[in-house]
Write a protein that binds this ligand. Structure first.
Ligand code: SF4
Length: 332
């Protein structure tokens, strides 16, 4: 079920490790971590704006790894709002090694509905190099525990981490699909100031993905998840925080998803058009679902221009029998 997120950030508290890429203050744009008073304020603001089905979302740090009294103060603050029907429940994000039976019991009792795990990679070597402090097996174990307790379950992965490759990311996606999350978020790595990756990058020991590389890879990953019936609810870092200010290098674009979906449509169209016998230099009609026309066309008609560069002169038409990401082509 989809809800409006009433987002609160637990900033960089509670992390037993310092991941190579992480600078939560920059990602969230927050210096301060949320307090119980912030919970009340955020719910009131949502109610004042007419939101009646909001889900309180504790994002940013690792919710179940924060100081227990602090975690409990946030849950206690949220509880009366659930009781009063002002919010539907709570969503949290956390680390795989900060999940056990005891903490899940507490989350259940306080109305947490959804848990997202930052897996980031399913390669132990990539996890180690990026100082995640947990293993791929921790992700598997935590995922099974969360699902067995009936929480809505989401996973997050990254691309372009130190030591990772395209094939490594495809492996990670396959492993995440086996865990059957309801949702996935994909974050291409961005090198932010005051991080370990920034130091490695400046010493020439880490090469981040270019935007094109990340877009090409994410188009493959998006298709893999969608074909497995898993909804990709986020692609790329939010543009809301201070990412632009703290940006040093890497694959960042405020409309990353649009670029990735455009690329996915381009690749599908090109592969279908190549099947026509007699070679290129023809005019073609490309059909997609009416809601997907702008994605097929691409930003600034980029896909149509690139297809023309490949000698395929194309026009895009709508066909409401086609599903999202489905394409049909005809010679014109
Ligand atoms: S666990 Fe999450 S919040 Fe903590 S350092 Fe790593 S990425 Fe940042």
């Amino acid at each position: 079920m989809s809800h409006r997120n009433i987002a609160l950030f637990v900033a960089h508290v509670g992390c037993p490790h310092q991941c190579s890429f992480c600078n939560q203050h920059i990602i969230t744009g927050k210096e301060e971590t949320a307090t119980a008073a912030d919970v009340d304020r955020a719910v009131k603001t949502a109610l004042d704006s007419g939101c009646r089905d909001g889900q309180l979302a504790f994002f940013g740090g690792s919710f179940t790894a924060i100081d227990r009294p602090y975690m409990m103060s946030l849950l206690e603050a949220a509880k009366p709002h659930i009781g009063a029907g002002e919010i539907t429940g709570i969503r949290v994000s956390t680390r795989p090694d900060a999940i056990d039976e005891e903490v899940l019991e507490i989350l259940k009792e306080y109305g947490v509905e959804a848990i997202e795990l930052g897996a980031q990679s399913m390669s132990d070597e990539v996890l180690r190099r990026n100082r995640r402090g947990h293993t791929a097996d921790d992700v598997r174990r935590a995922s099974e525990l969360i699902k067995s307790r009936g929480f809505e379950f989401g996973l997050q992965m990254m691309t372009g981490l130190s030591g990772d490759t395209d094939e490594g990311a495809v492996f990670t996606a396959r492993e995440l699909i086996k865990l059957q999350p309801a949702t996935v978020r994909i974050y291409p790595t961005v090198v932010l100031e005051h991080t370990e990756l920034a130091r490695l990058y400046e010493k020439g020991e880490y090469r981040p993905q270019s935007l094109d590389e990340a877009v090409n890879l994410c188009a493959r990953l998006l298709l893999m998840f969608e074909e497995a019936g898993i909804s990709v609810i986020r692609l790329g870092l939010h543009s809301g925080g201070n990412v632009e200010d703290g940006y040093i290098a890497g694959a960042y674009h405020p409309a990353m998803r649009e670029l990735v979906e455009g690329k996915l449509y381009f690749d599908k169209a090109l592969s279908l058009l190549r099947e026509y016998e007699g070679g290129p230099s023809h005019n073609y009609k490309i059909f997609v679902n009416p809601k997907e026309i702008s994605k097929m066309t691409g930003q600034k008609r980029q896909n149509i221009v690139q297809l023309k560069d490949n000698n395929y002169i194309c026009n895009v038409f709508s066909d409401s029998t086609l599903k999202k990401y489905e394409i049909r082509t005809e010679e014109d």
